[in-house]
Design a protein around this ligand. Structure first.
Ligand SMILES: *[C@@H]1O[C@H](CO)[C@@H](O)[C@H](O)[C@H]1NC(C)=O
Ligand SMILES: *[C@@H]1O[C@H](CO)[C@@H](O)[C@H](O)[C@H]1NC(C)=O
Ligand SMILES: *[C@@H]1O[C@H](CO)[C@@H](O)[C@H](O)[C@H]1NC(C)=O
Ligand SMILES: *[C@@H]1O[C@H](CO)[C@@H](O)[C@H](O)[C@H]1NC(C)=O
Length: 470
């Protein structure tokens, strides 16, 4: 009861002081896992766990919008068909897939759909499915989980550039589709995605990492054990697990700022970073997930901290998984296959490295003598300003470079879990035009040429391997 009264007093206060009151019944959530493939089990596990929290705390189903490829629960690699877990456990482990209603699946999980869901556009893309119907009295919670690089976040078959995410948030602001918007983003270099969010935007964004570092998988091998079986993939991500296991504790009076402080402490492999408008961070987080003061005595957390192993940089998870499978494989065919797979992953990393080395080498050909060019382009971390240049180069990597054949990881053209980190090198090129004595068109030709060369080498290698097998 106390909580309800405080809520009522709070609304009375808000409506007196700041104009239009927000309506507690008008809370919405958009939850997105941007990846596909069993190697990214953790992203969809995170998002279904978020769904369970929103649902349990009282957001109605028609205000909850979920996007996820949905290729995990029924994946042939899943030892528990039809179930997904976001935390190791015994017989009592919670299946977060049970009741997790996914609105947009498979090929529907695109930046275009995401944008239309957020801006409330009903058309052929959203196809009669749920989109935000929120207004200026609404609270909107957005949670996105996937891979990313400087200025980009991943979707199963394409990427979304920071220029487009910024435009989408601007449109939401113009259309007044929220009173307050809380955005939790988990991805590598996620701190590069909200560069100009204003302190009066009524948008508060919290990212798993700053703009220059990896985010981290959690409950990875060998901590990936549920009911005595290894899941064979990380179960969650460190930042996502940190906020959700905090939310699972059902603390109705905890404020957004308090949650962010706890999450920042627990996410100690990267720097949780915040952007935008802090004017509402002293509100209870419960206003965003609608946690009601109902009897939670039966569900108050059974969570105990697990050992801190099983934390892996998101960029290295495919390699770590391959190494782990090799270690665990029984001698004979299984070991041979695991060894081949591990060698392939290492080889692919080398190829990715080679591709971006070729690009920086070429970009440096006309550079100023004293610029120390390749070393600079490969090590410094410049801020992304020239959006058009970076978007153009990133899109050539996506559209013109062939993906590797990586088994259980997903690829967006030349981008993959490992290579996304080289997005920073493209930023450095775009921001160094003067010292490189070249322009964007020249850079485009360089990147395009490097893709052509890498593709030709890949095809030649594939042919040679085929001949070997015959
Ligand atoms: C599962 O939960 C029940 C009820 O809380 C408890 O009695 C039981 O010991 C738990 N089982 C395991 C294996 O922890
Ligand atoms: C991160 O936190 C864990 C416990 O939450 C602790 O064991 C570990 O030493 C911390 N790591 C660093 C780098 O501070
Ligand atoms: C070039 O950069 C590298 C690495 O940053 C540094 O070790 C080296 O001393 C630099 N060389 C010159 C000539 O500045
Ligand atoms: C942010 O502002 C800077 C400075 O005005 C600009 O160069 C940059 O392109 C902007 N970024 C986005 C994503 O709008």
């Amino acid at each position: 009861m106390a909580f309800l009264w405080i809520t009522v007093l709070f609304w009375a206060y808000v409506s007196r002081c700041c104009g239009q009151p927000l309506s507690p019944e008008n809370t919405w959530a958009v939850l997105v896992a941007g990846s596909s493939g069993y190697g990214n089990y953790r992203h969809q596990a995170d998002i279904c766990h978020a769904y369970q929290i929103m649902k349990k705390h009282g957001i109605s189903e028609d205000h909850l919008i979920v996007m996820a490829t949905d290729d995990i629960a029924h994946n042939s690699l899943n030892p528990f068909p039809g179930q997904v877990f976001n935390r190791p456990g015994n017989q009592n482990a919670t299946d977060v897939y049970a009741g997790c209603k996914i609105d947009y699946k498979g090929h529907e999980v695109t930046p275009d759909t995401f944008t239309k869901v957020l801006t409330g556009v009903q058309d052929g893309t959203t196809n009669g499915k749920k989109v935000l119907k929120s207004d200026s009295t609404s609270r909107v919670f957005v949670n996105f989980v996937d891979h990313g690089g400087v200025g980009i976040i991943g979707f199963p078959s394409t990427t979304m550039h920071v220029a487009d995410l910024t435009k989408t948030l601007d449109t939401m602001q113009q259309k007044k589709t929220y009173g307050e918007l809380l955005f939790y983003l988990e991805a590598c270099e996620s701190g590069s995605m909200f560069p100009n969010l204003s302190s009066t935007s009524k948008i508060y964004a919290v990212t798993a990492a700053n703009g220059k570092e990896s985010s981290w998988g959690y409950y990875c091998m060998p901590q990936d054990v549920v009911k005595g079986k290894h899941i064979g993939s990380c179960l969650g991500d460190l930042f996502s697990i940190s906020w959700m296991e905090d939310a699972d504790l059902n603390q109705p009076m905890e404020t957004i700022a308090q949650q962010v402080e706890k999450v920042t402490k627990r996410t100690n492999k990267s720097h949780v970073t915040t952007f935008g408008d802090t004017s509402f961070t002293n509100e209870p987080i419960a206003h965003f997930d609608e946690l009601k003061m109902i009897d939670h005595s039966g569900v108050v957390s059974e969570i105990e901290p697990l050992p801190e192993d099983g934390i892996i940089s998101a960029q290295d998870i495919p390699l770590a998984m391959a190494q782990y499978k090799y270690l665990m494989a029984s001698p004979g065919l299984e070991k041979d296959f695991a060894k081949w797979h591990l060698e392939t992953v290492k080889e692919n990393r080398k190829e990715d490295h080679g591709l971006f080395h070729a690009i920086t080498d070429k970009a440096c050909e006309k550079s100023d003598q004293n610029f120390n060019c390749t070393s600079k382009l490969q090590t410094i971390q410049m801020d992304l300003k020239d959006l058009l240049c970076h978007k153009a180069l990133a899109s050539i990597i996506e559209k013109e470079c062939l993906p590797h054949n990586h088994g259980d990881d997903y690829q967006v053209g030349g981008w993959n879990a490992f290579s996304w980190k080289f997005s920073q090198w493209l930023v450095n090129i775009c921001e160094s035009q003067d010292s490189l004595n070249a322009d964007v068109d020249a850079f485009k030709r360089i990147v395009s040429g490097a893709c052509t060369d890498a593709n030709a080498a890949k095809m030649a290698k594939a042919r040679a391997e085929t001949v070997q097998f015959i």
